[in-house]
Design a protein around this ligand. Structure first.
Ligand SMILES: [Zn+2]
Length: 279
């Protein structure tokens, strides 16, 4: 496993879309992000034909390292990392919607202007052909490739007719059950053998906001790892996985008082993890 963390400014979440574009030969207007050469080389040497992108909400880089290396909560995610690499990526927004828009489009928020889900409709009304609001899933679809997305229903509606398979899961107070439904839908989506599948798991973020203790946060992380494991075992051989955070966890919550000292001590997340590997 390569742990490419020496320069956290080297990679950014906006690099994910252009890297998928290069790997799967999907034409797109060149965005702010750049192709990550190590990921593209990995795809070539491992002869990967498909990509599954799993966005793990609030997966900061040090949080990833803690759950993966110090305490063993991340068994499935760690296995993917061991087959490939872990990159430390610059986070480009504090909040989910602009960050995910950047992951999907390859543009910074100052370019795509999507800060809330409905902004996508506003931006499309201004210019329906604006490449800065076009996601890699839509570029794939337009290039005749199969793309699929599994996200919260309101976000899923924005993809209407623009992606082959769209699975929306209604938001829920029970985020553990919500993530299980997301995972069920991802497993279902994989049956149609998409070239690119994007999935968003949210339990860590919700628990970071609402839980009282570090143990609760750890529990949420365990459920995310289990869900990732189900997706990995369902995917076809030769699938390249990209598992990334959207923004670092927000500190200052109640659970911080009981947070592992090993995590709090020397790490404060300013970057997010991008785990790349193959099954
Ligand atoms: Zn988020």
């Amino acid at each position: 496993m390569k742990n490419l963390k020496l320069n956290p400014d080297l990679y950014s979440l906006v690099d994910i879309a252009p890297t998928i574009s290069e790997m799967l030969d999907i034409p797109m207007v060149l965005p702010d992000g750049k192709v990550i050469p190590e990921v593209n080389e990995y795809k070539i040497t491992h002869n990967c034909k498909k990509v599954v992108l799993i966005i793990v909400d609030s997966l900061g880089y040090s949080l990833y390292r803690y759950f993966s290396e110090s305490d063993g909560t991340f068994r499935n995610i760690r296995q993917i990392a061991e087959s490939g690499m872990v990159l430390q990526c610059r986070s480009i927004a504090d909040h989910t919607t602009p960050a995910i828009a950047s992951i999907f489009t390859g543009y910074l928020p100052t370019q795509h202007h999507i800060y809330a889900t409905d902004d996508i409709y506003v931006e499309r009304a201004k210019d329906s052909k604006n490449p800065k609001i076009k996601t890699i899933l839509e570029w794939a679809h337009d290039a005749g490739r199969r793309s699929a997305v599994v996200i919260e229903s309101h976000g899923a509606d924005t993809f209407s007719d623009r992606v082959n398979n769209i699975y929306g899961v209604p938001d829920s107070q029970d985020i553990i059950e919500y993530d299980i439904k997301i995972t069920d839908a991802a497993v279902e989506a994989l049956k149609s053998k998409p070239d690119v599948l994007a999935v968003h798991l949210r339990a860590i973020d919700r628990y970071a906001h609402r839980s009282q203790t570090w143990d609760e946060l750890k529990y949420a992380a365990g459920t995310v790892d289990t869900n990732v494991g189900r997706i990995v075992e369902t995917a076809e051989k030769g699938t390249l996985f990209m598992i990334c955070g959207d923004h670092p966890i927000h500190a200052g919550e109640k659970w911080m008082r009981s947070a592992s000292k090993a995590w709090v001590g020397k790490h404060q997340d300013r970057s997010v993890a991008l785990v790349v590997g193959a099954c």
